[in-house]
Design a protein around this ligand. Sequence first.
Ligand code: ATP
Length: 327
Amino acid sequence: MNKIKNIGVLTSGGDAPGMNAAIRAVVRAAIYYDLEVTGILRGYEGLVHGDFIEMNRKSVANIIQRGGTILKTARSETFKTAEGREMGYQQLKKHHIDALIVIGGDGTFTGANLFTNEFDFPIVGLPGTIDNDLQGTDFTIGYDTAINTVVNAVDKIRDTAESHDRLFIVEVMGRDSGLIALRSGIGVGAEAILIPEANMGVEGLIQRLENGRKDKASKIVIVAEGDEVGGAFNVGEALKQKFPNYDIRVSVLGHIQRGGKPSCMDRVLASRFGVAAVEGVLAGQSGVMVGQVNRELIFTPFDHAIKHIDAQQVSPAWLKLVEILSL
Ligand code: ATP
Protein backbone atom coordinates (compact mmCIF):
# COMPACT_ATOMS: atom_id res chain seq x y z
CA MET A 1 0.00 0.00 0.00
CA ASN A 2 1.25 3.47 -0.87
CA LYS A 3 1.92 5.54 2.23
CA ILE A 4 2.00 8.93 0.49
CA LYS A 5 -1.19 10.77 1.44
CA ASN A 6 -0.27 14.42 1.52
CA ILE A 7 2.12 16.22 -0.85
CA GLY A 8 3.60 19.65 -0.13
CA VAL A 9 4.41 22.00 -3.02
CA LEU A 10 6.57 25.14 -3.04
CA THR A 11 8.22 27.56 -5.45
CA SER A 12 11.72 28.78 -4.65
CA GLY A 13 14.51 31.05 -5.90
CA GLY A 14 13.85 33.46 -8.75
CA ASP A 15 10.28 33.42 -10.04
CA ALA A 16 9.68 32.25 -13.58
CA PRO A 17 6.62 32.49 -15.87
CA GLY A 18 4.86 29.14 -15.84
CA MET A 19 5.36 28.44 -12.13
CA ASN A 20 1.61 28.92 -11.62
CA ALA A 21 0.84 26.44 -14.36
CA ALA A 22 3.17 24.00 -12.60
CA ILE A 23 1.46 24.52 -9.22
CA ARG A 24 -1.91 24.00 -10.87
CA ALA A 25 -0.76 20.76 -12.46
CA VAL A 26 0.67 19.44 -9.20
CA VAL A 27 -2.52 20.27 -7.28
CA ARG A 28 -4.88 18.87 -9.89
CA ALA A 29 -2.79 15.69 -10.33
CA ALA A 30 -2.63 15.17 -6.57
CA ILE A 31 -6.41 15.49 -6.31
CA TYR A 32 -6.85 13.17 -9.28
CA TYR A 33 -4.83 10.53 -7.42
CA ASP A 34 -6.81 11.08 -4.18
CA LEU A 35 -4.02 12.86 -2.36
CA GLU A 36 -4.16 15.91 -0.16
CA VAL A 37 -1.96 18.77 -1.24
CA THR A 38 -0.48 21.51 0.90
CA GLY A 39 0.88 24.78 -0.48
CA ILE A 40 4.03 26.07 1.21
CA LEU A 41 4.39 29.84 0.95
CA ARG A 42 7.65 31.70 0.18
CA GLY A 43 9.73 28.64 -0.69
CA TYR A 44 12.08 27.21 1.93
CA GLU A 45 11.49 30.24 4.15
CA GLY A 46 7.82 29.25 4.53
CA LEU A 47 8.83 25.60 4.99
CA VAL A 48 11.08 26.49 7.91
CA HIS A 49 8.38 28.64 9.53
CA GLY A 50 5.37 26.43 8.82
CA ASP A 51 3.69 28.88 6.48
CA PHE A 52 1.37 26.28 4.96
CA ILE A 53 -2.02 26.47 3.24
CA GLU A 54 -4.43 23.79 2.16
CA MET A 55 -4.88 23.62 -1.61
CA ASN A 56 -7.90 22.38 -3.52
CA ARG A 57 -8.95 22.31 -7.16
CA LYS A 58 -10.41 25.80 -6.84
CA SER A 59 -7.33 27.38 -5.32
CA VAL A 60 -5.55 26.87 -8.65
CA ALA A 61 -8.44 27.97 -10.87
CA ASN A 62 -7.68 30.71 -13.39
CA ILE A 63 -3.91 30.83 -12.75
CA ILE A 64 -2.50 28.91 -15.73
CA GLN A 65 -2.11 32.16 -17.66
CA ARG A 66 -0.64 34.25 -14.84
CA GLY A 67 3.04 35.13 -14.41
CA GLY A 68 4.77 35.02 -11.01
CA THR A 69 3.76 32.44 -8.43
CA ILE A 70 0.66 32.40 -6.22
CA LEU A 71 2.70 30.58 -3.56
CA LYS A 72 5.26 33.42 -3.55
CA THR A 73 8.96 32.68 -3.60
CA ALA A 74 11.93 33.67 -1.48
CA ARG A 75 15.62 33.16 -0.97
CA SER A 76 16.08 31.54 2.45
CA GLU A 77 19.36 31.82 4.32
CA THR A 78 17.90 29.83 7.24
CA PHE A 79 17.38 26.78 5.04
CA LYS A 80 21.08 26.82 4.20
CA THR A 81 21.85 25.90 7.83
CA ALA A 82 21.41 22.39 9.30
CA GLU A 83 19.21 23.84 12.07
CA GLY A 84 17.00 25.54 9.49
CA ARG A 85 16.49 22.32 7.57
CA GLU A 86 15.73 20.47 10.82
CA MET A 87 13.05 23.09 11.55
CA GLY A 88 11.63 22.49 8.06
CA TYR A 89 11.55 18.72 8.64
CA GLN A 90 9.72 19.17 11.94
CA GLN A 91 7.14 21.36 10.20
CA LEU A 92 6.52 18.67 7.58
CA LYS A 93 6.04 16.05 10.29
CA LYS A 94 3.75 18.31 12.26
CA HIS A 95 1.55 18.88 9.20
CA HIS A 96 1.63 15.20 8.15
CA ILE A 97 3.21 15.92 4.79
CA ASP A 98 4.75 12.79 3.25
CA ALA A 99 6.55 14.16 0.19
CA LEU A 100 7.59 17.47 -1.34
CA ILE A 101 7.50 18.86 -4.85
CA VAL A 102 9.85 21.82 -5.28
CA ILE A 103 9.78 24.16 -8.26
CA GLY A 104 12.95 26.19 -8.79
CA GLY A 105 16.47 26.33 -10.14
CA ASP A 106 19.90 24.99 -9.21
CA GLY A 107 19.96 26.56 -5.72
CA THR A 108 16.57 25.04 -4.96
CA PHE A 109 17.77 21.59 -6.00
CA THR A 110 21.04 21.96 -4.07
CA GLY A 111 18.95 22.56 -0.93
CA ALA A 112 16.51 19.78 -1.83
CA ASN A 113 19.35 17.34 -2.33
CA LEU A 114 20.75 18.03 1.12
CA PHE A 115 17.30 17.76 2.69
CA THR A 116 16.30 14.50 1.04
CA ASN A 117 19.60 12.90 2.05
CA GLU A 118 19.57 14.22 5.61
CA PHE A 119 16.01 13.15 6.45
CA ASP A 120 15.35 10.42 3.90
CA PHE A 121 12.35 12.51 2.85
CA PRO A 122 10.92 12.10 -0.68
CA ILE A 123 11.37 15.15 -2.91
CA VAL A 124 10.81 15.55 -6.62
CA GLY A 125 11.85 18.78 -8.39
CA LEU A 126 10.44 20.72 -11.32
CA PRO A 127 12.84 22.93 -13.30
CA GLY A 128 11.39 26.43 -12.90
CA THR A 129 13.92 29.08 -13.91
CA ILE A 130 14.26 31.46 -16.82
CA ASP A 131 17.97 30.58 -17.12
CA ASN A 132 17.63 27.11 -18.73
CA ASP A 133 20.85 26.18 -16.94
CA LEU A 134 19.97 22.68 -15.70
CA GLN A 135 21.07 19.27 -16.92
CA GLY A 136 18.39 16.68 -17.59
CA THR A 137 15.95 18.84 -19.47
CA ASP A 138 16.10 20.52 -22.85
CA PHE A 139 14.07 23.43 -21.51
CA THR A 140 13.20 24.81 -18.09
CA ILE A 141 9.82 26.35 -17.26
CA GLY A 142 10.02 30.10 -17.92
CA TYR A 143 12.85 30.14 -20.43
CA ASP A 144 10.66 30.24 -23.54
CA THR A 145 8.60 33.12 -22.15
CA ALA A 146 11.72 35.03 -21.09
CA ILE A 147 13.39 34.81 -24.49
CA ASN A 148 10.17 35.88 -26.18
CA THR A 149 9.94 38.85 -23.82
CA VAL A 150 13.49 39.82 -24.79
CA VAL A 151 12.76 39.40 -28.49
CA ASN A 152 9.61 41.56 -28.26
CA ALA A 153 11.49 44.29 -26.38
CA VAL A 154 14.46 44.28 -28.74
CA ASP A 155 12.19 44.37 -31.80
CA LYS A 156 10.87 47.68 -30.45
CA ILE A 157 14.37 48.93 -29.77
CA ARG A 158 15.27 47.94 -33.34
CA ASP A 159 12.51 50.19 -34.69
CA THR A 160 13.93 53.26 -32.98
CA ALA A 161 17.52 52.24 -33.68
CA GLU A 162 16.70 51.95 -37.36
CA SER A 163 15.20 55.43 -37.45
CA HIS A 164 18.34 57.08 -36.06
CA ASP A 165 21.23 54.92 -37.33
CA ARG A 166 22.04 53.83 -33.85
CA LEU A 167 24.02 51.06 -32.23
CA PHE A 168 22.14 49.63 -29.27
CA ILE A 169 23.78 47.60 -26.52
CA VAL A 170 21.06 45.57 -24.79
CA GLU A 171 21.74 43.78 -21.51
CA VAL A 172 19.70 40.67 -20.74
CA MET A 173 19.53 38.40 -17.68
CA GLY A 174 22.00 35.58 -17.12
CA ARG A 175 24.46 35.92 -14.25
CA ASP A 176 26.13 32.59 -14.89
CA SER A 177 24.58 31.53 -18.15
CA GLY A 178 24.41 33.18 -21.54
CA LEU A 179 21.60 31.03 -22.89
CA ILE A 180 18.98 33.80 -22.79
CA ALA A 181 21.40 36.12 -24.59
CA LEU A 182 22.36 33.54 -27.17
CA ARG A 183 18.86 32.44 -28.15
CA SER A 184 17.26 35.87 -28.06
CA GLY A 185 20.28 37.38 -29.83
CA ILE A 186 19.84 34.99 -32.72
CA GLY A 187 16.10 35.69 -32.66
CA VAL A 188 16.56 39.45 -33.02
CA GLY A 189 19.37 39.26 -35.55
CA ALA A 190 22.04 40.75 -33.27
CA GLU A 191 25.41 41.75 -34.71
CA ALA A 192 27.15 40.18 -31.77
CA ILE A 193 26.34 38.45 -28.49
CA LEU A 194 28.53 38.66 -25.41
CA ILE A 195 28.10 35.75 -23.00
CA PRO A 196 30.05 34.41 -20.02
CA GLU A 197 30.72 31.06 -21.72
CA ALA A 198 32.58 32.58 -24.67
CA ASN A 199 35.06 35.32 -23.99
CA MET A 200 34.66 37.47 -27.05
CA GLY A 201 35.55 40.51 -24.92
CA VAL A 202 35.41 44.12 -25.99
CA GLU A 203 38.32 43.64 -28.40
CA GLY A 204 36.52 40.82 -30.18
CA LEU A 205 33.38 42.92 -30.37
CA ILE A 206 35.24 45.90 -31.81
CA GLN A 207 36.73 43.62 -34.43
CA ARG A 208 33.31 42.23 -35.30
CA LEU A 209 31.90 45.72 -35.72
CA GLU A 210 34.89 46.90 -37.75
CA ASN A 211 34.65 43.91 -40.06
CA GLY A 212 30.89 44.26 -40.39
CA ARG A 213 28.98 46.06 -43.09
CA LYS A 214 29.23 49.83 -42.67
CA ASP A 215 25.93 50.69 -44.34
CA LYS A 216 23.68 48.98 -41.81
CA ALA A 217 21.06 51.36 -40.50
CA SER A 218 21.04 49.85 -37.03
CA LYS A 219 23.12 47.48 -35.01
CA ILE A 220 22.15 45.49 -31.96
CA VAL A 221 24.61 43.93 -29.53
CA ILE A 222 23.23 41.62 -26.81
CA VAL A 223 25.20 41.36 -23.57
CA ALA A 224 24.47 38.78 -20.85
CA GLU A 225 24.69 40.44 -17.44
CA GLY A 226 27.27 37.85 -16.34
CA ASP A 227 29.70 38.51 -19.19
CA GLU A 228 33.24 39.30 -18.12
CA VAL A 229 33.10 42.80 -19.62
CA GLY A 230 30.85 43.80 -16.70
CA GLY A 231 27.54 44.75 -18.27
CA ALA A 232 26.14 46.82 -21.10
CA PHE A 233 27.26 50.22 -19.74
CA ASN A 234 30.91 49.14 -19.68
CA VAL A 235 30.60 47.85 -23.24
CA GLY A 236 28.94 51.11 -24.27
CA GLU A 237 31.76 53.19 -22.77
CA ALA A 238 34.46 51.12 -24.48
CA LEU A 239 32.71 51.37 -27.85
CA LYS A 240 32.17 55.12 -27.55
CA GLN A 241 35.89 55.60 -27.19
CA LYS A 242 36.65 53.42 -30.18
CA PHE A 243 33.82 54.65 -32.42
CA PRO A 244 33.23 58.31 -31.51
CA ASN A 245 31.05 58.74 -34.61
CA TYR A 246 28.55 56.02 -33.66
CA ASP A 247 25.36 57.03 -31.86
CA ILE A 248 25.59 54.42 -29.10
CA ARG A 249 22.72 53.74 -26.68
CA VAL A 250 22.47 51.30 -23.81
CA SER A 251 19.36 49.53 -22.58
CA VAL A 252 19.15 47.15 -19.60
CA LEU A 253 16.00 45.05 -19.84
CA GLY A 254 15.98 43.93 -16.17
CA HIS A 255 13.00 42.40 -14.46
CA ILE A 256 10.55 42.60 -17.34
CA GLN A 257 12.24 39.35 -18.39
CA ARG A 258 10.76 37.52 -15.40
CA GLY A 259 7.23 38.84 -15.74
CA GLY A 260 4.31 38.41 -18.07
CA LYS A 261 2.00 35.66 -19.16
CA PRO A 262 3.74 32.35 -19.74
CA SER A 263 3.98 31.25 -23.38
CA CYS A 264 2.00 28.21 -24.46
CA MET A 265 5.27 26.23 -24.54
CA ASP A 266 5.90 27.02 -20.89
CA ARG A 267 2.31 26.27 -19.86
CA VAL A 268 2.42 22.89 -21.55
CA LEU A 269 5.88 22.06 -20.18
CA ALA A 270 4.80 23.06 -16.66
CA SER A 271 1.58 21.07 -16.93
CA ARG A 272 3.35 17.97 -18.13
CA PHE A 273 6.09 18.24 -15.49
CA GLY A 274 3.59 18.87 -12.67
CA VAL A 275 1.62 15.71 -13.41
CA ALA A 276 4.82 13.70 -13.93
CA ALA A 277 6.17 14.89 -10.57
CA VAL A 278 3.10 13.65 -8.69
CA GLU A 279 3.13 10.35 -10.56
CA GLY A 280 6.88 10.13 -9.86
CA VAL A 281 6.35 10.61 -6.13
CA LEU A 282 3.67 7.91 -6.13
CA ALA A 283 6.00 5.56 -8.01
CA GLY A 284 8.67 6.03 -5.34
CA GLN A 285 10.88 8.58 -7.10
CA SER A 286 12.93 10.86 -4.85
CA GLY A 287 16.00 13.11 -5.08
CA VAL A 288 15.29 13.72 -8.76
CA MET A 289 14.19 16.45 -11.13
CA VAL A 290 11.59 15.90 -13.83
CA GLY A 291 12.76 16.95 -17.26
CA GLN A 292 12.10 16.54 -20.95
CA VAL A 293 14.87 15.39 -23.24
CA ASN A 294 14.14 14.76 -26.91
CA ARG A 295 10.42 14.93 -26.07
CA GLU A 296 10.67 12.11 -23.50
CA LEU A 297 10.01 12.69 -19.81
CA ILE A 298 12.96 11.67 -17.67
CA PHE A 299 14.05 11.89 -14.02
CA THR A 300 17.56 13.14 -13.28
CA PRO A 301 19.22 13.01 -9.83
CA PHE A 302 19.51 16.48 -8.30
CA ASP A 303 23.29 16.37 -8.06
CA HIS A 304 23.51 15.73 -11.79
CA ALA A 305 20.80 18.27 -12.73
CA ILE A 306 22.68 21.13 -11.06
CA LYS A 307 25.94 20.58 -12.90
CA HIS A 308 26.58 23.50 -15.19
CA ILE A 309 26.18 22.90 -18.85
CA ASP A 310 27.72 25.84 -20.62
CA ALA A 311 30.12 23.88 -22.79
CA GLN A 312 27.34 21.60 -23.99
CA GLN A 313 24.76 24.18 -25.00
CA VAL A 314 26.96 27.08 -25.97
CA SER A 315 29.05 25.20 -28.46
CA PRO A 316 31.27 26.99 -30.99
CA ALA A 317 28.67 26.07 -33.63
CA TRP A 318 26.15 28.44 -32.02
CA LEU A 319 28.68 31.27 -31.95
CA LYS A 320 29.60 30.60 -35.55
CA LEU A 321 25.91 30.85 -36.42
CA VAL A 322 25.78 34.34 -34.92
CA GLU A 323 28.86 35.37 -36.90
CA ILE A 324 27.53 34.01 -40.20
CA LEU A 325 24.17 35.72 -39.75
CA SER A 326 25.63 39.09 -38.80
CA LEU A 327 26.95 39.74 -42.35
P1 ATP B 1 17.12 30.79 -10.05
O1 ATP B 1 18.10 29.96 -10.82
O2 ATP B 1 15.91 31.10 -10.83
O3 ATP B 1 17.71 31.96 -9.35
P2 ATP B 1 17.45 29.08 -7.76
O4 ATP B 1 16.64 27.93 -7.28
O5 ATP B 1 18.82 28.76 -8.27
O6 ATP B 1 16.58 29.82 -8.85
P3 ATP B 1 18.54 30.31 -5.39
O7 ATP B 1 18.21 31.57 -4.71
O8 ATP B 1 19.95 30.08 -5.81
O9 ATP B 1 17.54 30.19 -6.62
O10 ATP B 1 18.13 29.11 -4.42
C1 ATP B 1 16.85 29.06 -3.83
C2 ATP B 1 16.96 28.66 -2.39
O11 ATP B 1 17.53 27.36 -2.29
C3 ATP B 1 17.88 29.55 -1.53
O12 ATP B 1 17.27 30.72 -1.10
C4 ATP B 1 18.18 28.60 -0.36
O13 ATP B 1 17.15 28.62 0.59
C5 ATP B 1 18.23 27.24 -1.06
N1 ATP B 1 19.64 26.89 -1.29
C6 ATP B 1 20.46 27.36 -2.25
N2 ATP B 1 21.70 26.88 -2.11
C7 ATP B 1 21.67 26.09 -1.01
C8 ATP B 1 22.64 25.30 -0.31
N3 ATP B 1 23.91 25.24 -0.72
N4 ATP B 1 22.23 24.63 0.78
C9 ATP B 1 20.95 24.68 1.20
N5 ATP B 1 20.00 25.40 0.60
C10 ATP B 1 20.34 26.09 -0.49
